[in-house]
Design a protein around this ligand. Structure first.
Ligand SMILES: Cc1cc2nc3c(=O)[nH]c(=O)nc-3n(C[C@H](O)[C@H](O)[C@H](O)COP(=O)(O)O)c2cc1C
Length: 244
């Protein structure tokens, strides 16, 4: 089993995304998987120009104008060689990072959009490169905020991606309150990191993360009643101050 993690934090391997991935990959290695990690921030990923040259008939059909001019062909090759992909991204402005989106936009040049197809669930789509886009994947999203809604766009994005690409979604890890991960001594932080290790092991041995493990990995680091109380503190200022 080969696992490829794509770390899409703009802070590269200095951030909380990498911290979570480190535990996940440690578990995967203990479970017997071969693991590889790519830090997208260190690579050159040009943005899709939407020139549609990749969609034109002829010799360069499904070839990007950036072919061999940045690192995307190399990244796609590594993705093709993996059995499971892990997309790991911080939440930036309520969504996945621009780095990950820029990479995934480049999949367009690997798809024949004129070749209309049906997904397994009966959705209208088009040809995709199955070795690349229909590969089983898990996601790890991390954000600083405590509200569940903060990861909702990213969760929806990955689920929609899975539906339209016919890509099995084999794990959904959502970590809020990421700055609290810095506190290694906290009991819940240790429990979460242990769950990430367990999740990696399950990906290696069973090809998916079990629901109880996911629940432990996604558990709150701050007690919900405490969080509710925090919101009611008189020192909390509204974003928009109403005149009285
Ligand atoms: C440009 C930018 C935008 C961010 N937007 C959000 C946001 O909308 N919601 C949130 O909860 N955290 C937001 N954050 C915080 C990050 O999601 C959080 O700190 C995350 O753990 C960073 O991952 P990293 O340490 O791997 O870089 C933002 C951070 C940056 C740099």
């Amino acid at each position: 089993m080969k696992l490829l993690a794509l770390n899409a934090s703009h802070r590269g391997d200095q951030g909380f995304t990498q911290r979570l991935l480190t535990y996940l990959l440690k578990g995967a290695q203990a479970g017997g998987a071969q693991t590889e990690s790519l830090t997208l921030a260190r690579l050159k990923i040009n943005r899709c120009l939407a020139c549609l040259k990749c969609q034109q008939a002829g010799e360069r059909h499904l070839t990007c104008v950036y072919d061999q001019r940045d690192d995307v062909a190399m990244i796609f090759e590594r993705m093709r060689n993996a059995d499971i992909l892990i997309y790991a991204t911080p939440i930036y402005m309520m969504g996945i990072s621009a780095l990950l989106k820029t990479l995934l936009d480049r999949l367009y040049a690997t798809m024949d959009c004129a070749d209309i197809r049906l997904t397994q669930t009966g959705l209208l789509h088009h040809h995709v490169d199955a070795e690349l886009s229909a590969k089983p994947f898990a996601y790890v999203v991390g954000c600083a905020n405590l509200e569940a809604g903060m990861t909702a766009n990213a969760v929806h994005y990955f689920r929609t991606y899975a539906d339209f690409m016919d890509a099995p979604l084999v794990g959904e890890l959502r970590r809020n309150a990421t700055p609290l991960l810095a506190n290694d001594d906290a009991r819940r932080v240790r429990a979460v990191l242990a769950a990430y290790e367990q999740a990696g092991s399950e990906l290696a041995t069973e090809g998916r993360i079990r629901r109880p493990t996911q629940r432990r990995a996604n558990q709150e680091l701050v007690d919900v009643p405490l969080f509710g109380l925090l919101k009611r503190l008189p020192v909390m200022k509204p974003i928009i101050a109403h005149e009285t």
